[in-house]
Design a protein around this ligand. Structure first.
Ligand code: HEM
Length: 223
């Protein structure tokens, strides 16, 4: 598809531009989603009550069937779990911008060339915006907290003109995968496996998340 695509000026993409688009999709689209899933699965393993509540929702809406896109609207708790996970572990933990024209932000005068960072990690863990921000509380998202929060307080997908172009797709992808994984497996964290952050462009767990998978019994196999 990209081979047929044209640039903003109508010209065909060069090999270099094509390669750059593919790299962007891999980095922006694959790593971020993988990180979101890893941290969410870790949090669910650490919070069995939330895991049980999610499992109950999945079971009552889906039974044993795999989730489809049309099921997602009926799975509100699934959405709150993912939002809360990205509050605690935003896959993109820092955004940077380079000043091109001198400007003033609040009390700061910024000359051209200055690098300005905005960190979703820092914003999401600020108690001015979120009650008990370090705790895993998916329920906080049930009452449209996102809309009532100050602009920029919750920004896992960035904000402004360069906001993530695919946040709806990303949420759909993470919801479908998480629902199917939780339906199928119970995850237990490996106790001596270290869990450390690796703040790079994205925020992966440095040594991955060590888990033991146990297959859940389906309703059919229980009877
Ligand atoms: C949970 C998953 C994801 C998260 C947390 C996420 C987060 C972000 C953030 C914070 C930005 C803004 C970066 C900045 O302001 O400097 C961004 C931009 C972007 N994202 Fe995502 N993203 C996710 C999934 C995806 C997916 C699945 C795709 C595509 C398949 C994608 C494609 C992009 C692209 C192309 C940009 C650059 C947009 C631009 O500069 O105009 N992202 N993403």
């Amino acid at each position: 598809m990209l081979l047929q695509a044209t640039d903003e000026d109508g010209s065909q993409l060069s090999d270099q531009e094509l390669r750059d688009e593919v790299m962007t999709l891999l980095l922006a689209g694959h790593e971020t989603t993988a990180n979101a899933l890893s941290w969410t699965l870790m949090l669910l393993s650490q919070h069995p009550k939330s895991e049980a509540k999610l499992l109950q929702e999945l079971h009552s809406v889906l039974g044993d069937c795999p989730p489809t896109v049309t099921d997602l609207n009926q799975l509100p708790y699934l959405q709150t779990v993912i939002k809360e996970s990205m509050q605690l572990y935003p896959p993109v933990w820092a955004l940077s911008r380079e000043v091109v024209r001198e400007c003033q932000i609040g009390e700061y005068r910024l000359p051209p060339g200055t690098l300005v960072y905005v960190s979703p990690w820092v914003m999401h863990r600020d108690s001015r915006f979120f009650e008990a921000p370090d705790q895993f509380r998916p329920e906080r998202w049930a009452d449209h907290l996102e809309q009532s929060s100050p602009p920029g307080a919750y920004l896992p997908f960035g904000d402004g003109p360069r906001v993530c172009i695919d946040q709806s797709f990303a949420m759909m992808e993470v919801k479908l995968l998480l629902a199917r994984i939780v339906q199928t497996f119970h995850l237990t964290l490996v106790s001596d496996h270290p869990i450390e952050l690796l703040p790079s462009i994205t925020l992966p767990p440095k040594q991955g998340i060590g888990v033991v998978l146990s297959q859940r019994k389906s309703e059919k196999s229980k009877t």
